[in-house]
Design a binder for this molecule. Structure first.
Ligand code: ADP
Ligand code: ZN
Length: 625
């Protein structure tokens, strides 16, 4: 069998995604590889497919026990013999697993990095059966990242102690240049084939809603009820927020669970499982929730508060839509969020770091917070903002985000922008935003007289504008880099790089929301992943979901491991009538067909009998409301 046949037989997919084939071909030819791909891009397939083609065992080093268990379950479901070895097993169980491994029972073994140093494991490794060593979450090897794990540094010693050099492949979703270099050097990758697919998650729809106070609660409640039966996460900044929101929704009869570090271990675990096994529809949590969660059918992630950095936001929002199905990432922004976050940053504790370092870290934190604030205030394509932040070049607006779909009134404020620059020049970068705005407005304030700005040429130059307009203009100028804002306690405005502004054709366009948004967001935000299905199709989807839930209960398995949402939707569109047609559904491999195919075929046949004239999938027809 070749790689494509393996993909079809075990995983049920017809073709490889961007980057997958490239990595697979490299490792199969014996070359090391490094893949940097965003969450949900399909990194697992890149080592699981070759693992089935190698004669020996593929060892996957992974830092998170829960992820390993999930992956092994999913592989066994797909008919691949796999096992994990970590501290959740007893010594007895470990010896047993190693004996089976020596007999060649497993094609893939997941291990925690600490395990590599144990004598029992080394004994197995020395037998020379290891064809490939895969390092998952490879950024853990770098001290530059947030997730540094010292045990990852031992991996290379382990590899060098093997009787034959295996192929080494490394995978991560996060990699700045430093992290990428660390991975290459520390793992001593030999002439690796490097594939970087970029940060864009096309199936995610980003939007920012400006709502504050109680409105946020209404928004969340509204959104949840408009998306019944969809799994979602609501992230809050503080434990208190989590508790309050949870109480409110619980009282309204919403199927919710909650998670934060203040909840007792056992209950926390149970709450998490409720969500993973679809017993609870919505998870309300702090950012303590999510590491090691592989739930693929999360259809939306709402941020009740603005996170502290774009890095955090990208990661947390990115927990939506891992199965590739359309999903929403909505951020509820209010000015108060900036205050809350500043307060949280102030309170952050530093251990054993010296003063200068602390100052540096604080400065960086504030800088990250500013970029996050910029995202919330941006009136331009949100996807491009994210990609730009991570250093990717972008061109046209995406036409698939809240801002691209919102109506804006556009105001050419180029001349006003020049006055702002003049004013900043006159202040010589000594004053904060309020003084600059007051000066431009020509306000009559004692503070301005004291500062001496009333004698500026720019004093009153923008008197015809409102304060709000000038603020919007400044936000835009900050975003463009024409202005800089220092991050200290007394932040002041300074001149940025204005070369572009000096060009004849330069324009500073400021956008303002044209329409008043309803609290539940624009109609487009309310689109569901199942909207491609007409109403009959939606009914069938619900039936198949129920069937999946029943099977999952029986098998004590998370539902999304049985079939992903995307696979169920594809069933609704293809309406398979027999084995062959069922195998053509994306995500239905041979093993899964043998286990569950018949049941799903019956459910679909039953549905057809009952609604013989049902139009299932008409993309142009509007979805049921
Ligand atoms: P990552 O590890 O990069 O976050 P996963 O390996 O978990 O991503 O894959 C994300 C989802 O995409 C899974 O549901 C997986 O089965 C699916 N997937 C992977 N490769 C393909 C493919 N070639 N075609 C369709 N779906 C795929
Ligand atoms: Zn866009």
């Amino acid at each position: 069998m070749n790689a494509a046949e393996i993909l079809k037989k075990y995983f049920g997919y017809d073709s490889f995604r961007d980057g997958q084939k490239n990595i697979i071909d490299a490792v199969l030819s014996g070359r090391d590889a490094l893949a940097i791909m965003p969450t949900g891009a399909g990194k697992s397939v890149c080592y699981q497919v070759p693992a089935l083609l190698f004669s020996g065992v593929t060892l996957v080093i992974s830092p998170l026990i829960s992820l390993m268990q999930d992956q092994v379950k999913a592989l066994n479901e797909a008919g691949v013999h796999a096992a994990y070895i970590n501290s959740s097993l007893t010594e007895m169980q470990i010896s047993k697993a190693l004996i089976l491994a020596e007999k060649g029972v497993y094609k893939i073994i997941y291990v925690a990095p600490e395990r590599l140093e144990s004598a029992g494991f080394m004994k197995f490794a020395r037998k020379g059966m290891i064809s490939m060593v895969t390092v998952d979450e490879a950024h853990c090897i770098s001290q530059w990242g947030q997730d540094f794990r010292p045990s990852y540094l031992k991996i290379v010693d382990f590899i060098e102690a093997l009787p034959q050099k295996p192929v080494v492949s490394a995978f991560t979703a996060t990699a700045t240049r430093e992290v990428k270099n660390d991975i290459e050097c520390i793992l001593k990758l030999k002439d690796p084939n490097i594939v970087i697919t970029g940060f864009d998650r096309k199936n995610l729809y980003y939007s920012v809603e400006h709502v504050s106070g109680k409105q946020k609660d209404y928004f969340v409640a509204d959104y949840i009820s408009g998306h019944a039966n969809e799994s979602g996460i609501v992230y809050c900044a503080t434990r208190k927020n989590v508790d309050t929101l949870y109480e409110k929704l619980f009282k309204q009869g919403v199927s919710v669970s909650k998670y934060h570090a203040g909840i007792d271990n056992e209950i926390r675990k149970k709450n998490q499982d409720d969500f993973i096994y679809d017993r609870a529809q919505v998870m309300i949590a702090t950012n303590a929730f999510g590491m090691g969660i592989d739930k693929s059918n999360v259809r939306y992630v709402i941020h009740y508060n603005m996170p502290q950095s774009m890095e955090n936001y990208y990661q947390e929002a990115g927990r939506a839509g891992r199965d590739g199905g359309d999903s929403k990432c909505i951020l509820l922004f209010s000015a108060q969020d900036v205050m809350i976050n500043k307060f949280l940053l102030e309170k952050k504790e530093f251990e054993g770091t010296d003063f200068a370092d602390i100052e540096l870290v604080k400065e960086r934190d504030l800088h990250r917070l500013r970029a996050m604030e910029g995202y919330c205030k941006s009136t331009w394509c949100l996807r491009n903002y994210i990609l730009g932040y991570f250093g990717e070049k972008t061109s046209a607006p995406c036409d698939n985000c809240g801002n691209c779909h919102r109506e804006f009134a556009e105001d050419d404020m180029t001349d006003d922008a020049k006055w702002v620059i003049n004013c900043i020049a006159e202040t010589r970068g000594r004053f904060g935003q309020n003084i600059v705005i007051g000066t431009l407005l020509g306000a009559n304030r004692a503070r301005l007289k004291e500062a001496g700005t009333v004698s500026y040429r720019s004093y009153g130059a923008l008197a015809h504008r409102s304060e709000k307009e000038i603020r919007l203009l400044m936000d835009k100028m900050l975003e463009e880099g024409y202005l800089l804002r220092t991050d200290g306690e007394y932040s002041v405005l300074k001149m940025g790089d204005i070369t572009r502004l000096k060009e004849e054709t330069a324009r500073v366009l400021v956008r303002r929301s044209a329409e008043k948004e309803t609290p539940s967001g624009s109609r487009k935000t309310n689109k569901r992943s199942t909207d491609a299905l007409a109403s009959a199709g939606f009914k069938l989807f619900e039936k198949l979901r129920q069937l999946r839930l029943a099977i999952a209960k029986e098998e004590a398995m998370p539902p999304y491991i049985i079939f992903s949402d995307k696979t169920l939707i594809d069933m609704c569109e293809k309406l398979p009538e027999n084995k062959q047609q069922m195998l053509a559904v994306s995500g239905v491999g041979e093993n899964k067909f043998n286990k569950y195919g018949q049941k799903f075929l019956e459910e679909i046949a039953d549905f057809r009998d009952r609604y013989p004239h049902a139009v299932i999938s008409v993309k142009t027809e509007s979805a049921e409301e």
